[in-house]
Design a protein around this ligand. Structure first.
Ligand code: CMC
Length: 431
């Protein structure tokens, strides 16, 4: 039974269809608003706009709930397998034993980069930001895979393109790490699983094979799982928007990497570490950092805190905090930055500014400290986030791609510039 809400504007009453989701969310369909009333919907930063219906990820920000294809993320904790979750997100259901084996085999087969791709790395300055390299190299990969530029409705081709991207991005990440350090590239080892292979390509040396610690491998699997999708955030909306122009999967995901790089988005994990480091080096006390974050005349934010959707503890942060404690106990490590993070969290969670605004730690607050413990340098943190997020982008791109009658995304604006003015020839303009 269709449901409607009524809206009266300028004395005219119209009916807006109500769109209901499967978990209780509801939206007003305003697609005909302008035709029927002459008005646009005005919602800068899209804080109140559902840009699509989606079957991939569900978030209840007030209750701190996150589910992938209906499964609460907490349920991935005991046997974390990132590849399995990637499959779930992209194909809509958990893989059977054989399906997972076949998909993993595709990832293994796709891990090496074309030798021609390796020359591209040599063109980057050694201090090039790894996120710039990653975005550029994902696009460059499409030059080596022209058969994937038009996937049409060929499911086999899409599966291979998705596997290629998920696999190659890991090699690209490892190579950008090594390029920045002037170290030789290490080839992927087909005997290793996804996360272990990444650690191998990052850390192994010809004379010193990196020894995979299964607990660290598990931790990395879980970290990637917790980053794997987060519905219509900035980078994912970017991927869908670029995809809505029928741009190919590689170009759309490269755009996602660029969006993720921003310090208010995935780049926050770098900012958190730099903030903790500055406190440690004695620049500012935790109390001064909080005061700065609360000062409205200062653009500084408490990085790793706050979220557009979560008005409760970010469930990913809660799980990462546990991973963090486990990794540190397992490695028998201390890190003064972890103590500072705990102190900042304790202070913020009882500070009226943060309490009133419902600002809690987000996914970026603890992830960097774990990456640092594993030996990943700060400039690679957002790259790690991107590896984790890629299955989500691919799933969202595919959902957008498969829309029947899907239109190019094209927001409107309320023009606020000069209403009408005349051109002034150069000889009449002031000197
Ligand atoms: N420090 C200080 N004040 C904050 C913070 C913060 N981290 N986050 C939000 N606020 C304030 C904000 O200024 C606003 O104050 P007022 O009501 O006085 O104007 C109020 O809290 C509400 O903010 P909001 O509307 O909920 O924030 P938003 O949706 O515009 O921005 C955000 C969300 C994540 C960009 C923001 O919280 C932020 O900048 N956090 C720090 C950066 C960060 O950690 N980003 C990673 C986000 S999680 C990973 C991801 O998905 O990208």
């Amino acid at each position: 039974m269709p449901e409607f809400a009524t809206l009266t504007v300028d004395g005219k009453t119209i009916q807006l269809p109500i769109v209901r989701g499967t978990a209780g969310e509801a939206g007003l369909d305003i697609t005909k608003l302008r035709d029927q009333t002459g008005y646009l919907a005005y919602d800068p930063a899209f804080g109140n706009t559902a840009s699509c219906t989606s079957r991939i990820t569900y978030i209840d920000g007030d209750k701190g709930i996150l589910r992938y294809r209906g499964i609460p993320i907490e349920q991935f904790e005991s046997h974390p397998n990132f590849v399995e979750v990637a499959y779930l997100l992209i194909f809509g259901r958990l893989p059977s034993v054989d399906e997972l084996a076949r998909f993993s085999a595709r990832l293994t087969a796709n891990a090496p980069l074309h030798e021609g791709m390796k020359h591209h790395f040599e063109g980057f300055p050694v201090n090039a930001p790894p996120m710039a390299i990653m975005s550029a190299m994902i696009n460059a990969q499409s030059c080596f895979d022209p058969e994937f530029l038009h996937l049409g409705d060929d499911d086999e081709k899409f599966t291979e393109a998705a596997a290629r991207l998920i696999s190659k991005v890991r090699t690209i990440a490892a190579y950008s790490y090594r390029r920045a350090r002037g170290m030789p590239f290490v080839y992927p080892d087909p005997r290793l699983r996804y996360c272990a292979n990444l650690l191998h390509m990052i850390f192994s040396m010809p004379y010193d094979q990196y020894i995979i610690d299964p607990d660290i491998e598990d931790a990395l699997n879980l970290i990637f799982i917790l980053h794997a999708d987060h519905e219509q955030n900035c980078s994912t909306s970017t991927v869908r928007m670029v995809g809505s122009a029928k741009a190919n999967l590689f170009a759309s995901c490269a755009a996602g990497v660029s969006a993720l790089w921003g310090p208010l988005h995935g780049g926050a994990n770098v900012e958190v570490l730099e903030m903790l480091d500055a406190i440690h080096k004695g620049g500012l006390s935790p109390e001064q950092v909080l005061a700065k974050a609360k000062d409205k005349s200062d653009p500084f934010k408490l990085f790793g805190f706050g979220h557009r959707v979560y008005k409760n503890y970010d469930p990913r942060a809660k799980m990462l905090q546990k991973v963090c404690e486990r990794v540190f106990a397992h490695m028998n490590r201390q890190d003064p930055l972890l103590d500072i993070a705990r102190k900042l969290e304790e202070l913020a969670l009882k500070d009226p500014y943060f309490v009133e605004r419902k600002l809690y730690p987000n996914v970026d607050f603890y992830s960097g400290i774990i990456f640092r413990a594993i030996g990943i340098p700060t400039d690679m943190f957002t790259v790690m986030f991107a590896i984790g997020r890629l299955p989500g982008w691919i799933a969202q791109w595919k959902e957008q791609h498969d829309l029947v009658g899907g239109r190019i995304a094209r927001p409107r604006q309320v023009y606020a510039g000069t209403a009408l003015t005349d051109f002034v020839p150069m000889d009449k303009r002031p000197k």
